[in-house]
Write a protein that binds this ligand. Structure first.
Ligand SMILES: *Cc1c(COP(=O)(O)O)cnc(C)c1O
Length: 253
């Protein structure tokens, strides 16, 4: 990990990532501006995040609620929006809604219920993505493919939640074909939902791809990529700290 990501300035790395995003979009026959970058700031100090904001970054992502809340407070007044991308416990809903404008990790009805209750109290809505476990790892969060249609029907009961599409973490493996299979699966789930789900056209977003695989994800249709290390350098803690199951690298999709 340590050698894989260059340690240039945050602004220079960000520009490189943006260019790679544009190039991957163009290569896939898509307009250069069809992919949104969520810059993942976990473990990164607010002062370094400020460098990215100064370089024009507007959407930031955090994996853990307490860290996100602290950082958002440190960066209050900056022209940014926060996206929650990590597993969310229902008892953290109040805290997450203090800073996040979007939750990408909606993975169960009890969480939808908790979010809705708090949003009603606050009198606001929330963009959400449905997290799908495309790699079939028991240790990963997210709905199984077969649960998605029913879940989307159930979500219509929650007036404050605005489902916008889907999010996934691909299998952690260097095998690009396996990673691609996860992305393709999410895309096919999205395409079916566009046709059949009650929310229809609203479900266009596909959040997939991180530092190691965001170009592959864009080729497979990603509209949102979540990138941290390619901009900020390698993280000191292993991925298993952030995602359950990340230590298993070799199994098939
Ligand atoms: C940390 C994280 C990312 C970004 O990973 P990088 O390797 O830093 O690009 C993407 N998605 C989720 C859910 C994350 O927790």
């Amino acid at each position: 990990m340590t050698d894989r990501y260059q340690h240039g300035s945050v602004a220079a790395n960000l520009e490189t990532v943006r260019k790679r995003i544009r190039d991957a979009a163009l290569r896939s026959g898509r307009a250069a501006d069809t992919v949104r970058l969520v810059l993942v700031t976990k473990t990164v100090a607010a002062e370094r995040v400020r460098e990215a904001i100064a370089a024009g970054q507007e959407i930031l992502g955090e994996n853990k609620v307490q860290e996100g809340r602290r950082k958002a407070e440190a960066l209050a007044g900056e022209p940014v929006r926060w996206s929650m991308i990590g597993h969310l416990q229902s008892n953290k809903v109040k805290d997450v809604l203090r800073f996040a404008d979007e939750v990408q990790s909606l993975d169960r009805l009890s969480l939808a219920t908790a979010l809705e209750k708090r949003l009603q109290h606050l009198g606001r809505g929330l963009d959400v993505l449905v997290q799908v476990n495309t790699s079939n790892e028991a240790s990963k969060y997210g709905l199984a493919e077969g649960e998605v249609a029913q879940f989307l029907r159930e979500l219509t009961a929650f007036d404050s939640l605005r489902p916008r599409g889907f999010m996934t973490l691909a299998r952690f493996t260097a095998d690009t074909d396996e990673v691609r299979r996860c992305f393709r699966l999410l895309r096919s789930i999205r395409d079916r939902a566009l046709q059949e789900a009650p929310q229809g056209d609203a479900l266009a977003e596909l959040s997939m791809g991180m530092s190691g695989d965001f170009e592959t994800a864009i080729e497979e249709g990603a509209t949102v990529v979540r990138v941290g290390q390619a901009v900020f350098g390698a993280r000191p803690l292993p991925d298993s700290y952030y995602w359950p199951g990340a230590v298993k690298k070799e199994a098939a999709c």
